[in-house]
Design a protein. Sequence first.
Length: 223
Amino acid sequence: MHASLTGIHALALFGTCGVVLGLSGCAAKVTREDFNAEVARLRQEVQASDAQLGARIDSTNQLVTDHTRRLDALDQELQAFRGEFNVSIERTKDMMKFNVPVHFEFSKSELREPDRPVLDRFATVVKEFYPGAIVTVEGFTDPAGSAAYNRRLGQRRADAVKEYLASAGGFETSQVKAVSYGEARNRQIAPGAKGPGDAGVENRRVALVIDHAAIATDQLAMP
């Protein structure tokens, strides 16, 4: 038994030595020039990889900088818009609603001349910061008249603003939608107030909604 184990150990030792000798033989075939060339090649690959990584980092940093710059510019524009035209803005995750001072005469749907500048400014904000966004014009009435009549009147008012945004504001017609909420009680600014005359004019209005779902971040990140 002892002799057998000794034989096994010898075979194992011989095998190990064979491997070592084999490696030594291979190593002996590598010249200094070949070794230096391989090291130089590896160094070039590492440098190229570092350069690509640096470029990606610089690009990412630039996108973050541009994104921050555009957000700051948007905030300044909205603040100015709010102050100049007494506009209130409601933000949600995917939408921004502008309650604009665009009102209508009793039982009328024609856009008043003094209300055009606020629509022009709205169009400028959307085209600058949300190009491609869907804009929905919501039309409202005061509670005078029947609910059916007011739904039709609210639609005509929304359509009038839609047509103005398409013609003067430069929007594609497919980019602007128009809906009517008529005399919806939960949306009245002055609950129950109604005409004729100037009474209830706060309720005879439109609201403008920007739907920027899935595009806001991409657009704000643009240089």
